[in-house]
Design a protein around this ligand. Structure first.
Ligand SMILES: Nc1nc2c(ncn2[C@@H]2O[C@H](COP(=O)(O)OP(=O)(O)OP(=O)(O)O)[C@@H](O)[C@H]2O)c(=O)[nH]1
Ligand SMILES: [Mg+2]
Length: 163
């Protein structure tokens, strides 16, 4: 299974998503420091909310296979700049959490994550379990290891290295 890096503001649902992907009952546990699990790298939301700490996220993301930007479907504002995929050298996906909340606005959050440059968007609800299987299936997809020839060919075509 590819390792998913989780980035999003505090309470976006990173730890809950880790629990849901592991098949555990969701229970609140504040993340105090960056934690590497077998399937995710879970980060404290304060890192994404603080300019200096955000730089550390870049370093920790190097240990992952896929970078995930999380945003709750009931968020009133967007934390992510447009086109930040340009600084990420692995696939970057968007994960919309809390989609079963009463005031969820999935189309709006989808647009924020698309503008950030996410190549796939996964709407999920870690409490009800909706959408979790689709995300797990994506992470289970086997990917060919990159070799230099393929990377150079993709670069010649203007594609991402891993396309
Ligand atoms: N209904 C619903 N609630 C969720 C979902 N994801 C998270 N929550 C709730 O939102 C709150 C915060 O969730 P966490 O997973 O701890 O958030 P986090 O992003 O890990 O937060 P930090 O550790 O502070 O960075 C908890 O009360 C969760 O139960 C979801 O998909 N649906
Ligand atoms: Mg957490």
């Amino acid at each position: 299974m590819r390792k998913l890096f989780l980035c999003g503001r505090s309470e976006a649902g990173k730890t809950s998503l880790t629990q849901a992907l592991k098949g555990e009952q969701v229970h609140y546990q504040k993340t105090q420091y960056v934690k590497t699990w077998d399937i995710t790298i879970d980060t404290p939301g304060e890192y994404a909310e603080t300019k200096t700490l955000a730089m550390a996220l870049g370093i920790f993301s190097f240990d992952s296979d896929v970078v995930g930007l999380l945003c709750g479907a009931d968020e009133p504002y967007n934390l992510f700049d447009p086109a930040i995929n340009g600084v990420v050298n692995r696939p970057m996906i968007g994960i919309i959490t809390k989609i079963d909340e009463p005031n969820a606005n999935v189309p709006m959050v989808r647009r924020w994550l698309e503008e950030a440059g996410c190549e796939r968007i996964f709407p999920v609800d870690s409490v009800t379990g909706r959408g979790i299987d689709e995300l797990r299936d994506y992470l289970l997809e086997e990917k060919q290891p990159l070799d230099l020839d393929r990377v150079m060919e993709n670069q010649r075509k203007g594609l991402k290295d891993w396309a």
